[in-house]
Design a protein around this ligand. Structure first.
Ligand SMILES: [Zn+2]
Length: 193
C-alpha cells in the first residue's frame, strides 16, 4: 500500500526522490512554523490534495474531499508535528500544546483500508488523522531516537533512520552523501600536497 518517498524539485535544479522513512515526515515537506513558513505550500484545498497524491499514501489527490476549512487544521497539525520532531531530535519532550494538537487530529476517523488501497472518497480529516497516528507511532515510542536531520550543513531535511544498523546520515546518499564524499576526498587530497 505504501511506496517510498516523495519527489522534490529544488530551485537549483533537477527533481529527485527523497524517502524520509515515514508518512508524517513527508507531510513536513509542505512547510512549517517560524522560519519554515516561507516554504508553506498549503494555500488552498488543491494543495492538500496534491500532497496526498505525491505522498507514500497510494491515494489519488482527486479521491480526497478537501475544502478551505481543512487548511487551518492541516497547517496546525503539520506545525505541531514539526516542533515535536525537532524536540525528538533534541532529545527533549514535545510541548503540551503540540501533543494535544496531534492527539486531536489522531482522534478523528483515519483512512479506511480496503483490499487494494483506501476507501474513497476520503475526507481530509481522515488523511490528517492517518498522518497524526503515523507521527504518534514514531514520536511517542522508541523510534523517536531514530529521527535525524541530514548531516550536511546546508541541508535541513529530516528523516527516520529505518536502516538496521541505524547509521543513516544523509537525506540521500546520491545527493548530500556524494557531495560530502567529494568534498572529503578533495580536502584529503589537499592535505597530501
Ligand atoms: Zn541532505
Amino acid at each position: 500500500m505504501m511506496s517510498d518517498g516523495i519527489v522534490l524539485t529544488p530551485r537549483d535544479g533537477a527533481s529527485w526522490r527523497f524517502d524520509p522513512g515515514a508518512l508524517f515526515l513527508e507531510f513536513l515537506l509542505t512547510g512549517g512554523p517560524d522560519d519554515l513558513a516561507v516554504w508553506d505550500r498549503l494555500h488552498e484545498p488543491a494543495d492538500l490534495r496534491d500532497w496526498v497524491g505525491a505522498s507514500r499514501l497510494a491515494l489519488a489527490g482527486g479521491d480526497v474531499t478537501a475544502d478551505d476549512a481543512d487548511l487551518e487544521p492541516a497547517r496546525g497539525l503539520r506545525d505541531a508535528l514539526w516542533r515535536a520532531t525537532r524536540a525528538a531530535i533534541a532529545g527533549t519532550p514535545a510541548g503540551e500544546t503540540d501533543r494535544a494538537t496531534i492527539e486531536l487530529a489522531a482522534a478523528a476517523a483515519p483512512l479506511a483500508p480496503t483490499w487494494d488501497g483506501w476507501r474513497t472518497p476520503a475526507a481530509a480529516s481522515a488523511v490528517l488523522s492517518t498522518v497524526a497516528r503515523d507521527g504518534l507511532a514514531v514520536l511517542a515510542g522508541p523510534a523517536a531516537a531514530r529521527i535525524r536531520e541530514c548531516a550536511a550543513d546546508d541541508c535541513r531535511l529530516v528523516f527516520l533512520d529505518t536502516s538496521r544498523p541505524g547509521a543513516r546520515r544523509w537525506c540521500s546518499m546520491q545527493r548530500c552523501g556524494n557531495r560530502h564524499k567529494v568534498r572529503d576526498h578533495r580536502s584529503r587530497h589537499l592535505e597530501e600536497q
